[in-house]
Design a protein around this ligand. Structure first.
Ligand code: KG4
Ligand code: ZN
Length: 338
């Protein structure tokens, strides 16, 4: 059978990315232009600035992805693009570029859900991985436990009731003065600290697999205020390690509970927070103890990238899921709606 080449495009937040994927799982190129330095000054992503930077970079990122893959644009078989969820102005840039190319080259267009992309990142480096499995998707905007029962088929088993896990990392980091993005900064500091030093709460939502991170966030903020008011120096590394442990404990416990409820033996991680070293260790240890196969993408494929979008688009196309050129950005679309 002839190779299928998919061009993936991602611009939902602060990364402009394009990638060429062969037969769904082979990365020929994955170009990521990050805007982190631009947004760092403001302590978070400024949507209007993000859109403008996407406009500035999208064409050159796509050209570079094609050049690195050694593929001419006419040789692409189909174009996959993130159409939601995300920042509407940011999404529209990648989507407009993808639609223009699909129209000009007369190639099929495939709208990809951003979370579907994150989950699919696991297929890129694990050729043997097939559904069904349970995946924890934890990023700056989402925290979901997902039953991935077939390619492109998802059921949400648990979700955050308030902040996303990455959002909690970002807020605590800003409060401690470690800057944006908070996840990698806290991860780094935590390595020098004691995760048992301060007891922050683990919030269980009854029998549900949902999470809440606002409780642990408030507990950390209260702790910081109290220590500051008493003139104590903040033990930054211990706070980071203890906060990180509280978050990873609850994410790990609920995800493995979900996998057991589904009767699966495979568990995966996805999203920016999936690059957290403590979370990866906790999953690895629990999987080994309970006899699960554990899958996670390399850190560069955990944060936003277009390779994961190309992979998801490939499997969507095999199921006959193509989009019209009238496809619009859907900033709040749920994973179960695709
Ligand atoms: O998936 P992603 O790149 O963008 C969204 O779709 O949101 O995730 C970004 C989030 C940020 O909140 C960032 O702080 C967090 O992922 N993150 C981490 C780590 N690296 C990135 N959180 C914890 N530990 C990390 N090592
Ligand atoms: Zn993301």
């Amino acid at each position: 059978m002839a190779d299928i080449l998919t061009l993936g495009i991602e611009s939902s937040c602060d990364e402009t990315s394009a990638s060429v994927i062969k037969n769904g799982r082979i990365i020929l190129s994955n170009v990521i232009s990050t805007q982190i330095d631009l947004h760092k000054v403001y302590g978070g992503v400024v949507p209007e600035l993000a859109s403008r930077k996407h406009v500035e970079f999208i064409i050159q990122v796509i050209d570079e992805a094609l050049a690195k893959a050694g593929v001419k644009k006419e040789e692409i078989d189909q174009i996959g693009v993130t159409f939601g969820p995300g920042l509407v102005g940011a999404l529209l840039v990648g989507l407009s570029a993808a639609k223009a190319m699909a129209f000009a080259l007369n190639k099929p267009l495939i709208g990809v859900h951003h979370i579907e992309g994150h989950i699919s990142a696991n297929f890129l480096e694990n050729p043997e991985l097939e559904p069904p499995f349970v995946c924890l998707v934890a990023s700056g905007g989402h925290s979901h436990i997902v039953d991935c029962y077939d390619y492109g088929k998802f059921r949400i088993l648990g979700r955050t009731r308030d902040d996303a896990a990455g959002e909690a990392f970002d807020k605590i980091s800003r409060e401690i003065g470690l800057g944006y993005p908070g996840g990698p900064a806290i991860d780094r500091e935590a390595k020098k600290g004691n995760p048992e030093a301060i007891k922050f709460p683990r919030v269980h939502m009854g029998d549900s697999l949902d999470f809440s991170f606002s409780g642990v966030k408030t507990a950390v903020l209260n702790y910081l205020n109290k220590e500051r008011m008493q003139g104590h120096e903040i033990p930054v590394a211990d706070v980071c390690a203890s906060f990180q442990k509280a978050v990873t404990d609850i994410l790990t416990e609920n995800t493995f509970k979900a996998a057991e409820m589904c009767g699966y033996r495979k568990v995966a991680l996805a999203g920016g927070v999936a690059s957290n070293s403590a979370l990866r260790n906790a999953f690895e240890t629990t999987a080994a103890k309970k006899g699960f196969e554990f899958y996670r993408p390399s850190p560069i494929l955990c944060t936003d990238n277009a390779a994961m979008i190309g992979c998801a688009a490939h499997y969507a196309s095999l199921k006959g899921r193509f989009s019209q050129l009238s496809l619009n950005a859907q900033p709040n679309i749920s994973l179960e709606e695709i």
